[in-house]
Structures are given as C-alpha cells and as structure tokens.
Ligand binder design. Structure first.
Ligand code: ZN
Length: 472
C-alpha cells in the first residue's frame, strides 16, 4: 500500500521518521466474539475523539484516503455514512465494508479492524438474512461500559440478526429507537458514555428482559463462530462439507431418515434434500438452528466435521423466530427490498413468487404491485422449475424402467409392461398410464425391440443365444 499522505509530514520531521497514524490509533474494544466492537461503533468513537462529525471526517480524511489508496469513490463513502443505519452497514460484509476497514486500518496505523466487521464470515456463510435490520444493544453491556468508565460501544455480535440475546448478561437485545437517537445526537454534550446513558435510559428496568435459554445459547453459538471464523475464513463455503455434516447428522441422530431431520427442524423435506445435495446453501439462521438442534458448533457444519452430536429440540414458539423478522418487509426501503429479491433469485433460494415473498417478509400482492419485473421473473422461474422437475422425474423413471426391463431380459424373461411394473412397485411412483407407456416404448426402442415383437439389430443375437444356452 502506498501512502497517499507521504510528503505531508509536518515541517521539521525527519524523512525517516517511524510511520505514524494519521488519525488517533484508538484500540477497538473487546477481544472475543461476545464483546468485540463493531466497525460502525469504532468509527463513531473515532469521530468523537477528533471532535468531528461523521460527515466531515469522511469527507475530508477517510474519503480522500480511500480514493488514493484503493481507487474507490470517496463520495460513495460519504454517502455510506449519511445513512441512518450506517453503523450496521459499515460493519457488514460487503466490498464497501472492506474498503472502510482497509482505509481505517491505514489511517489509524492498525491492521485488524476488519475483525470488527463480518468480513471474516464473507466466504463462509450466506449473507441472506444475516445483518440485522435495526440497531440493537444489550442494556447490561452498556451498564458495564459506564461502570468501567469506558465509552459505551456496540458489539459486532449485535449486528447479526440471528443473535437475539447477549450471552454474557442473558438479556434480550433491545432495538434502538431511531427517532430518539437522532433527536439526542443533535444536542449531544459531555462524554459519550453519559450521552449513551441518557439516550437509552439504561437504568430503566423495563428494557431488561431476560432471554430464553434458546436465545442465549444460539447467540453464544454465533459469538463462537465470530471467534472461529478468524482462523478458517480462508477455507470458504464448501457445499461438500455441508453435505458431509448433514449426512453424518442424519445418520447419527435420525437413523438415516432425512424426513425425521426435517420434522425435527420444522422445515420441509425438499429443503433438507437441497442442503444434503449441496445445491442450496443453508441460510445463516438455519445454520444456527441446526447447530443448536444437533448440539455442535456452527463451524462443525461449515467444515463438515463428524463430531459427536446430541439431539436438542427447538422450544416450541421459537421454531420460526430465528428466520422470521415479522412483517417488516414492506417497511424497508424499496431499493433494499429489490436488492434482497434479486439476491434471492440469483442464489436460487427462492424459486417461485411465493417463496420470495415469504423470505422477504412481504405479501404476494405487494410483490406484484411494487416489483412487477421480479414477480414476472419469479413466476417464470417457478414454471420452468416445475417443468424441469417433471422432466427429471420422467427421465429417472424411464431409466429405472429400462434397467428393470434389461434385468428381466437378462433372466430370459420377456420384459412385458406387467412384469416390469411388478418389479418397479415400491421403488418409484408409477404415475399415469401415458408415462408408463412412454417408458415402455423407450425401453423397447433402446434395446432395439419394437413393441410389435420384431427384433432389432442390436438385440437380435442375445435372445437366440440364450435360447440355445437353455437348449431350446
Ligand atoms: Zn450484555
């Protein structure tokens, strides 16, 4: 990395002076997945330390540095910071977040600020439903901050939607009222910890809601992943590792029956099928839920570890909690929703309009009215997929029919339709007459026997040979 500010050392500094940071080299708070600071929070503290607004710090220092260092748009960085949920967006796992981390690393002369973001998870987990929609906090953690005389800071763990509780204080995370936050930040005075105390009235007992064991335990699993991911973030997502783990879990806990696994998780069988086949990447909430239900770490699933598992039921009422954000879909900005829909279509996680609407938390009608283009594509996709499934099933049936017909022929039995169907019963759904008829014709054609009984070229010698063998 070349220094964009080389030659701008204050007068009198020797050329070979040891490298200094351009902004205060604040150390991020926290050292584990449970309490590590988020980059958004770090940036807020950095601005406070320089007594600059977010906008001026970004516009005059961070943006120009990013332009020179990484050749990315400084204006875009200013726009990032102007958004209400900037703290969440700067702590996520997009490319833009990596620009923030790299630039701030450079400016503060640090090298680990990317660990304050979800970037270590980037290649490991799906970003779908990963980032929280609202900023949240644990009142217990902020009380600790105030007591220890440090700034109240936001933990990286709170940026993950599936983390519903603080594993340290066993309290449910509280949504930060956006309006309140805006009003106070305009008239902010005093140290940031005091400000935070007044902002959310931390002492209020009403916001101290004890979390359920399930919420605490799943949040602990996520915190553990934040720690683990640092060490294997380069491994990347592997569909085969997911398959290895799931087969192992189905074998060890459910007697090899995927349907029982599906029932245990409260999801449908086709979803499990997609995961086991490796054609569908498990969403983050599902990963967490599966790790909880199987009594293992999330990393075990990602790495395909065949660890000892134990069955743990999901408490009733919690089943859909992890994946449901409530009907918040329509309340999100249109462009966010549109991006989410596009991601759903691209990743194959939604294969029809209904699936997409459910995943995005909107109604079918809303989808049709506001996103007609995506809706049309989804409907077409749904049609194509069902057509594809039908064709695949037919092809599979034809293959099985043919192999049974060949087996019969090898035994010297004429592969009549009745004979073949007798062997196929219980192995595959037989379906309608036309399907069977087509398979039958296909089998005869493939072996060179026409349905009228005349023998074709390829099969001509075999039946006669067999007749000779048997002395006919
Ligand atoms: Zn806490």
């Amino acid at each position: 990395m070349t220094s964009p500010f080389r030659g701008r050392l204050p007068g009198g500094w020797p050329e070979d002076a040891p490298p200094r940071s351009i902004l205060y080299s604040l150390a991020p708070y926290g050292c584990s997945g449970e309490d590590r600071e988020s980059l958004g929070s770090y940036l807020t503290r950095l601005c406070e330390a320089h007594e600059m607004s977010r906008w001026s710090l970004t516009n005059t220092i961070v943006g120009p540095a990013a332009e020179e260092l990484l050749h990315v748009s400084g204006a875009r960085m200013s726009r990032d910071i102007g958004r209400a949920a900037y703290s969440l967006n700067v702590s996520g796992l997009t490319e833009q977040v990596s620009y923030w981390a790299q630039t701030l690393n450079y400016l503060t002369h640090r090298n680990t600020l990317q660990l304050c973001t979800l970037l270590p998870l980037k290649s490991l987990v799906s970003d779908f439903v990963l980032l929280a929609v609202k900023e949240r906090f644990c009142p217990g953690c902020h009380e600790d901050d105030a007591r220890l005389g440090r700034d109240c800071y936001d933990r990286l763990l709170w940026t993950i939607d599936a983390a519903k509780a603080c594993p340290l204080h066993r309290l449910r995370l509280v949504s930060r009222p956006e309006a309140k936050q805006r009003r106070v930040s305009r008239s902010e005075t005093g140290s940031s910890s005091q400000r935070q105390t007044t902002k959310y009235s931390i002492g209020e007992p009403s916001i101290h809601t004890p979390a359920s064991d399930f919420e605490v335990e799943t949040s602990r699993l996520i915190a553990e992943l934040l720690d683990d991911a640092i060490f294997f973030c380069n491994a990347g997502y592997s569909a085969s590792a997911q398959t290895v783990f799931l087969k192992h879990a189905i074998h060890q806990l459910f007697d090899g029956t995927p349907a029982r696994f599906a029932a245990h998780l409260g999801i449908n069988k086709s979803q499990i099928h997609g995961w086991v086949k490796g054609s569908v990447q498990m969403s983050f909430p599902r990963l967490v839920q599966t790790a909880y239900c199987c009594g293992c770490a999330i990393a075990d699933i990602l790495l395909g570890n065949r660890v000892m598992l134990s069955l743990r039921p999901v408490p009733s009422g919690q089943r859909r909690r992890l994946t449901q954000r409530g009907a918040t879909g329509a309340r999100r900005p249109k462009e966010v929703l549109q991006a989410e829909l596009e991601a759903l279509i691209r990743s194959g996680r939604a294969t029809n309009a209904t699936e997409a609407a459910v995943a995005a938390g909107i109604s079918l009608k809303y989808l049709r009215t506001h996103f007609p283009e995506q809706q049309k594509r989804l409907v077409r996709l749904g049609r194509e997929l069902s057509e594809f499934v039908r064709l695949e099933a037919t092809e599979n049936f034809n293959k099985m029919y043919l192999s049974e017909a060949n087996a019969l022929r090898a035994e010297g039995v004429y592969p009549s339709r009745r004979q073949v169907l007798g062997r196929l019963k219980g192995k595959v759904m037989l379906g309608r007459f036309r399907r069977i008829q087509n398979a039958h014709r296909g089998a005869l054609a493939a072996t060179g026997v026409s349905s009228s009984g005349a023998t074709g070229r390829r099969m001509a010698t075999r039946p006669s040979l067999r007749r000779e063998d048997r002395g006919v």
